[in-house]
Design a protein around this ligand. Structure first.
Ligand code: BES
Ligand code: MN
Ligand code: ZN
Length: 501
């Protein structure tokens, strides 16, 4: 995508399509008043008749009939200027981008200053525009021979603004990097389990590692055996696909300290194992590597933006299958940390994979840990499909995650994590832990189990079982994978402040 910032007034330029923001106001002012006079006051008429609406998210297309050099204007309603948030603007631009995409044009322009409010500066707006456009126009190409939709025809974005061009261009690039990270995560999650195996996921990680000069380490089964990763290996036991422990290291500072560990659940397909899922519950389980995808998407954003931070990304990956070799309920396994685990449910496999992922992130020097996982159906029961569930052992780190998520517009809700919850995951009579202490509060149990492997390191758990996919189209993308948490994780890293002084 090519970005151009132009300091002219937007209606003086030839363009296929210009996006213009429309706030709820008694009359046109500034550039919009000038535009209206070029239309001999007809825009005012259109507003009066309701054909042009300033209602938030209303899209109105207006042909210019040669009144100005641009062919068409797409107005996006932004509601009351005082009430428009960064998030609200991003959603509105997403909505408008979708109808611009349908025009099948190759470039579009945006009148940036018509989107500005007291609370949003030109950089925020430029960021929101390119991020929203990139996310909203994402399409999964799929595997049909006919009727595949290309992602977008548009490869040129011109921003008209009177503000500093260099700053605006930089902000457009930042928003674009964020949007692309999300779309990469979506592409991974949408890929089926037979195509995106753990080996392929590792290949993909290796590729981005090369592109951004990350240190890459991919552990194979033998190396895992040597390191005693008995929890991830147990999940892999029934599979013909080899497991992978994927590690990417990004060092943005001189010293390898204050390392943020991002641990993503990379189950490429979850049948449930011997605790087999019912047939309707299996369909869709190709998305069980949503946490891994979020972490890789974030790493792509980090690779583009190069913040002065240290990050280690760890992805324990396998599928969860049945066979004569598969692990079984009642098995007792030993995780890399040394803790023994009684397996009561082979469908609670994500926490097992994450257990070794967490330990291995610490092994690579992680001083802070955030794990992301499509971990439990329980989180969907508790919070629905639009809220990510969180658990933490550290207020300060959670605060930073929460701030990043609100900037990304990705809702997080914290669940309680009490001594009693810890007791329940430690309630096995024969092992240190049990992987399934029962249905009650099981989103908490999933997180609490993973927390046993943080062992005092500040940690936040994010359960994205509900948010990793969307049943329907939305303003910022199509139905299917959402790429949720890629931007939250990237923003957490970009804005991170160590609690150690
Ligand atoms: N991958 C599933 C969780 C899931 C469910 C993700 C629905 C997306 C949509 C996870 O491995 C799982 O099976 N969890 C069990 C845990 C239970 C056995 C303790 C669940 O939530 O039922
Ligand atoms: Mn499962
Ligand atoms: Zn799973």
């Amino acid at each position: 995508m090519k970005f151009t910032v132009v300091n002219n007034r937007f209606f003086e330029n030839e363009q296929e399509c210009i996006l213009v923001g429309l706030f709820n106001a008694p009359e046109f002012t500034g550039e919009l008043a000038e535009l209206d006079s070029k239309f001999d006051g007809h825009l005012t008429e259109l507003v009066k008749s309701g054909d042009l609406s300033s209602k938030l998210n209303a899209v109105s297309k207006v042909h210019t009939f040669g009144k100005i050099p641009a062919k068409r204007l797409v107005f996006i309603g932004l509601g009351k200027a005082k009430e428009l948030s960064f998030d609200g603007l991003r959603e509105a631009i997403g909505k408008a981008s979708k109808s611009i995409q349908e025009m099948k044009i190759s470039s579009f322009a945006v009148a940036l200053d018509t989107l500005s409010t007291d609370q949003l500066d030109a950089s925020d707006i430029a960021h929101a525009v390119s991020e929203a456009f990139t996310m909203a126009t994402y399409r999964f190409p799929g595997y049909k021979h006919k009727g595949n939709v290309p992602e977008t025809f548009i490869n040129n974005l011109t921003a008209f603004s009177q503000e500093d061009s260099a700053e605006i261009e930089a902000a457009l690039q930042v928003g674009y990097a964020h949007g692309r990270g999300v779309n990469s995560a979506r592409a991974l999650v949408n890929a089926p389990g037979n195509i995106l195996t753990s080996t392929k996921l590792a290949d993909y990680a290796t590729e981005i590692g090369k592109k951004y000069e990350f240190e890459v380490e991919i552990l194979d089964k033998e190396e895992m055996e040597k390191l005693g990763m008995g929890a991830l290996l147990a999940v892999n036991q029934g599979s013909v696909e080899p497991p992978k422990m994927i590690v990417l290291k990004y060092q943005g500072r001189d010293e390898w300290n204050d390392v943020i560990g991002l641990v993503g659940k990379g189950i490429t397909f979850d049948t449930g194992g011997y605790s087999l899922k019912p047939k309707d519950g299996i369909v869709g389980m190709k998305t069980d590597m949503g946490g891994a995808a979020a972490v890789l998407g974030a790493m792509e954003i980090i690779g583009e933006l190069k913040p002065e931070q240290n990050v280690v990304a760890v992805i324990p990956s396998t599928d969860n299958m049945v066979s004569g070799n598969a692990f079984k309920p009642d098995d007792v396994i030993t995780a890399m940390s040394g803790k023994t685990i009684e397996v009561l449910n082979t469908d609670a496999e994500g926490r097992l994979a994450l257990a070794d992922g967490m330990t291995y992130a610490k092994h690579h020097g992680a001083n802070y840990l955030v794990d992301v996982a499509t971990l439990t159906g329980g989180v969907i029961v508790a919070l629905g499909n639009d809220k990510t569930g969180a658990l933490t052992n550290d207020e300060a780190l959670f605060e930073q995650v929460l701030e990043a998520s609100s900037e990304a517009g990705e809702f997080i809700w914290r669940l309680p994590y009490t001594e009693n919850d810890k007791k329940r995951v430690r309630s096995s009579k024969i092992a240190d832990l049990n992987n399934s202490p029962g249905r009650e509060g099981h989103a908490i149990m999933g997180g609490a189990f993973v927390g046993e492997f943080a062992e005092g390191t500040p940690w936040v758990h994010l359960d994205i079982a509900g948010t990793a996919t969307s049943k329907s189209d939305h303003n910022l993308g199509p139905a299917g994978a959402t790429g949720v948490m890629a931007r939250t994780l990237a923003l957490l890293v970009e804005r991170f402040e160590s609690s150690e002084k």
